[in-house]
Design a protein around this ligand. Structure first.
Ligand SMILES: [Fe+2]
Ligand SMILES: [Fe+2]
Length: 473
């Protein structure tokens, strides 16, 4: 695959110039996208020069270049991972058949729906994060949030390309709607719940990128298995970018934990609020919140929609080809946790119907590894505190557990008990107000960090930590 030509209006590796109609359609959408970016992208930033990485090739090594760019001039392009020669569908009813280069008629609306839902999350997170630059804890962090934002913008491009290229007029209409919905809007909200929550502070932002971008990773991985080859190739390239978003989240929370531990050691107290840092129990509450809200993104544990998408070969499982079963699941059982007769226990359901739950479980394993790494930071300081993921039934709004109240350790309680105690499990108004109160004026001196977060171990792309990651014009 060749290097991408940035002289083109829309940089791409899909030979866009050879399809005039598609090129015109996308060039019509492009100014609408830029309007959206100006209205809903990072607030007040058009003159900032930001040290960003830009994709220049889809080769695994050397796919990106780094340099200072004004964000509205960032070159959002269309990049698909190279095709895999002779690729076959690896699961479902069409297992063993050649992958599709065009949309099969009978799957047109399901496929469009999958692409639209994925596409909707991308601009949503940019909207959720648009005010955070004003309270950045350092230039390094400011650069990182902007990097995440421009790449989420590019992920929107990725989905819009598929809609325009393969779904005709319906696809073009969906692409316009992706720019019309707004995160948290009462009349025209984003499609999924977690993408309408506010992200009012940097702890929420880091938790979001650690936990909710990781849902993105698992959804993209499942779509990367798709029998619809352009979707698979698109998602494979998006996953390359996604890894940095997860890093930003995990290291961000890790640095907040590190700072808390430092102050606990120095001050010999656990009462950290008077020092203007975020205490570990508060971090636990934010973890509980983001984990439970993101758990809901996977949908109901038992789902015929998910079964249909798998059976049709549209959306696979995480690392489908590495799983040692028949990849059709017509007669395979899968244990899904239910609450019956006062106990949580696994009930066997057809595996085909349990795919949402299975993907959620894969994601939980991955989240738990990150939490273990945070706990290592705490252990290094010799502090006796452990962050824990809450029970899967805790604070759920979708699926089996949405009508029961459950503590983080998995005890089922009454609504009254829930209301009495929920502020000790989820961020209370007071907790949120405290965290927001720490978000002072942007820290913009290179190498300086807000009091509530430790500096990173190293800079971006081998630059020093005190590099001028953002220049203000
Ligand atoms: Fe994304
Ligand atoms: Fe992301």
């Amino acid at each position: 695959m060749s290097t991408i030509d940035y002289a083109e209006k829309i940089p791409n590796n899909v030979n866009l110039s050879e399809d005039r109609k598609l090129q015109r359609a996308l060039e019509t959408w492009q100014p609408h996208y830029l309007d959206w970016w100006r209205d809903m992208g990072p607030n007040g930033t058009p003159n900032y020069d930001v040290y960003l990485r830009t994709a220049i090739s889809t080769e695994p090594d050397g796919w990106a270049q780094f340099g200072h760019v004004k964000m509205p001039d960032y070159r959002w392009g269309i990049f698909l991972a190279p095709p895999v020669a002779d690729r076959k569908i690896s699961f479902g009813a069409h297992k063993g058949e050649s992958v599709w280069q065009e949309v099969p008629g009978e799957y047109r609306s399901s496929l469009r729906r999958l692409i639209t839902i994925q596409g909707d999350t991308e601009p949503a997170s940019v909207e959720q994060q648009r005010l955070l630059g004003a309270t950045c804890p350092s230039l390094y962090d400011l650069r990182n949030i902007f990097q995440v934002n421009v790449e989420e913008g590019r992920h929107l491009w990725a989905m819009v390309y598929l809609l325009h290229a393969y779904f005709g007029r319906d696809g073009r209409e969906e692409a316009e709607e992706l720019l019309a919905r707004r995160s948290g809007d009462a009349d025209k909200p984003r499609i999924l719940g977690a993408f309408n929550e506010a992200t009012p502070d940097w702890l929420s932002f880091f938790m979001f990128t650690f936990i909710t971008d990781r849902d993105g990773k698992y959804q993209l991985a499942a779509l990367a298995e798709s029998g619809f080859d352009p979707l698979s190739r698109t998602c494979r390239f998006m996953l390359t970018e996604e890894a940095h978003h997860l890093f930003v989240g995990e290291s961000g929370v890790g640095r907040i934990i590190e700072r808390a531990c430092q102050v606990m050691k120095e001050s010999k107290t656990e009462d950290l609020r008077k020092f203007g840092v975020i205490d570990l129990p508060t971090i636990q509450k934010y973890l509980n919140f983001h984990f439970s809200v993101t758990s809901d993104l996977y949908g109901a544990e038992v789902s015929t929609n998910a079964a249909g998408a798998f059976h049709a070969g549209l959306k696979g499982r995480f690392e489908e080809t590495k799983i040692g079963d028949d990849h059709q699941l017509e007669d395979t059982p899968y244990g899904v946790t239910h609450y019956v007769d006062g106990n949580f226990k696994p009930i066997e359901v057809p595996a085909l119907n349990a795919l949402n739950e299975r993907l959620r479980q894969d994601w939980i394993v991955d989240v738990a590894k990150g939490v273990d790494r945070w706990n290592k930071v705490i252990q290094r300081f010799g502090i006796n505190f452990e962050l824990k993921l809450p029970h899967v039934a805790f604070h759920r709004a979708i699926g089996h557990f949405s009508d029961i109240h459950v503590t983080p350790t998995g005890k089922v309680i009454s609504a009254a008990e829930w209301n009495q105690n929920k502020d000790s499990w989820l961020p209370s108004d007071e907790d949120r107000a405290y965290v927001i109160s720490l978000m002072g004026a942007a820290v913009t001196e290179p190498g300086k960090f807000a009091n509530w977060i430790a500096p990173p171990a190293r800079g971006i792309n081998s630059q020093p930590v005190d590099f001028e990651y953002v220049r203000f014009a």
